[in-house]
Design a protein around this ligand. Structure first.
Ligand code: FAD
Ligand code: SF4
Ligand code: SF4
Length: 428
């Protein structure tokens, strides 16, 4: 049974992505008691699903590792994974919170030895790899997972696989009797950092994401590039495994569109510029990247990066909103159809692979929050007095890059600290 010790001076952080982890650490390092909740079995959020991240093109593990070291060194943060908030009542400085914790079926004795994974047979879609790959029913969420602890898929409970996993574990770490738990505790302030999710590409019908194997999304490309990803780090076509040297990027896929997301997702221009470097990294001078764009919105200091990509001869920019994608049945090549708005020429351009620079929307839809918060027309949480002591951090407040998500999380942590300090002052 999970026990949570908390008071009205505790800060609850919901969401363990880069923003939530940052907010939790900033508050904890100021001496505050923090509970950090994450619905997945591991911290890290969507940054841990990137291959490299701009502007420095370093591996996400670098940034996360420093944070995890800080987290391990700080006794003020209590991390609870596989948990979601179901109810919040009360006011600023005095919230009653109810959370639901899903069973992991693996306890803290787990050494991540992997024997249970070897022992089981059934396989399931792996959400970490956007379902492009399968994983076993006993699994480590990903190589850098924190905590480094295995999980059993609930679908194997009650099957032979569950017994095989238990029998394989020499450390008595598997507990098949674990149940979902409901826990209640107090909190003085809440930092809401549940982040973003990719827009459903299948809804953009003219682009045929659900019909053509060689039309993928930008988040899927990040996974394909990972050596531990679905293609072992090779940039190849899903339809036939052939090298994808000639890659088209379609900007504003699902963003800035009355029929889909009305907002500009702000990050996807930079994400595609970054991803053209992936094509070059794999195929050198043979690479061909074509970026179909309405206008490129490269965020401030990243302009230098844009300039560098523009100087790369393997990258072409085509000013056009692609009207539709069809498929050459013989070659499997997606064909992009539209009008180039600079020369007003019609085109039908074949490519090996198309990457949709997919829009970012809030991961918690407006209306699904367990407490009333003010959201803007795009579903992102506003900073508003009527939110009491609930402060948005990172991409739950807007589509942000890591740098901005971290800055914004630090600001929210500070606001939460001010609230619990006031509570402490009142009580003192
Ligand atoms: C294709 C693409 C490439 C990108 N590349 C870069 C890049 O190179 N550099 C860069 O700076 N930025 C990049 N970004 C943006 C980057 O992903 C975001 O800045 C970053 O993910 C923001 O972190 P976050 O913590 O706010 O949200 P997230 O990463 O979404 O984390 C939110 C966390 O909250 C958890 N959560 C969700 N709902 C709940 C709930 N109800 N209860 C508890 N927990 C919950 C999630 O599981 C997750 O762990 C890219 C974006 C895209 C689309
Ligand atoms: S649950 Fe047991 S067998 Fe599985 S990885 Fe952990 S310690 Fe190893
Ligand atoms: S960041 Fe670029 S690709 Fe993304 S919605 Fe805005 S303009 Fe379109």
């Amino acid at each position: 049974m999970v026990e949570v010790v908390a008071t009205d001076q505790t800060i609850l952080v919901v969401g363990g992505g880069i923003a939530g982890v940052t907010a939790a650490l900033e508050a904890a390092e100021c001496g505050k008691q923090v509970i950090l909740l994450e619905k997945n079995p591991s911290l890290g959020g969507r940054v841990s699903q990137l291959y490299k991240y701009f502007p420095k093109l370093c591996h996400p593990a670098c940034g996360m590792e420093i944070n995890l070291r800080r987290l391990k060194a700080n006794r003020n943060v209590r991390v609870i994974t596989m948990a979601e908030v179901t109810e919040v009542s009360g006011d600023a400085g005095n919230y009653d919170v109810t959370i639901k914790i899903a069973p992991r079926y693996v306890n803290e004795k787990c050494t991540a030895c992997g024997e249970c994974e070897q022992a089981v047979e059934a396989e399931f879609d792996d959400a970490f790899h956007y379902n492009l790959k399968k994983r076993k029913g006993a699994y480590l969420p990903h190589k850098m997972a924190y905590p480094q602890r295995y999980v059993l898929d609930p679908n194997i409970i009650g099957t032979e696989d569950a017994d095989k996993a238990k029998a394989a574990c020499k450390y008595d770490a598997i507990d098949l009797d674990m149940q979902e738990q409901t826990v209640q505790f107090k909190a003085g302030a809440i930092v809401w950092a549940t982040g973003w999710r990719p827009y459903d590409a299948a809804k953009i019908q003219p682009y045929g994401y659900d019909r053509y194997a060689n039309v993928i999304t930008s988040v899927e490309l990040e996974r394909m590039m990972d050596p531990f990803g679905p293609t072992g780090g090779k940039l190849v076509r899903p339809s036939d495994g052939k090298e994808a040297k000639n890659v088209a990027f379609i900007q504003c896929a699902g963003s800035r569109d009355q029929n889909h997301l009305k907002h500009c997702s702000r990050i996807c221009c930079m994400a595609s510029l970054k991803q053209t470097t992936y094509v070059r990294e794999q195929y050198g001078d043979e690479a061909q990247s074509s970026v179909y764009y309405i206008d490129i919105r490269a965020i401030d200091r990243i302009d230098d990066f844009y300039q560098k990509v523009q100087e790369d001869e393997t990258v072409t920019f085509i000013k056009s909103k692609v009207a539709s994608i069809t498929e050459d049945k013989e070659t499997g090549n997606p064909i992009l159809n539209g009008v180039d708005t600079e020369g007003y020429n019609r085109y039908s351009n074949p490519h090996d692979l198309v990457v949709l620079a997919i829009g970012m929307e809030p991961s918690v839809p407006a209306g699904d929050f367990p407490i009333k918060v003010v959201v803007n027309d795009n579903g992102f949480i506003e900073q508003d007095e009527s939110n009491g002591a609930i402060f948005a951090a990172g991409c739950s407040s807007d589509a942000l890059d890591v740098n901005r998500a971290v800055q914004n999380a630090t600001a929210s942590a500070l606001r939460a600290i001010q609230v619990v300090n006031r509570v402490a002052g009142t009580e003192g």
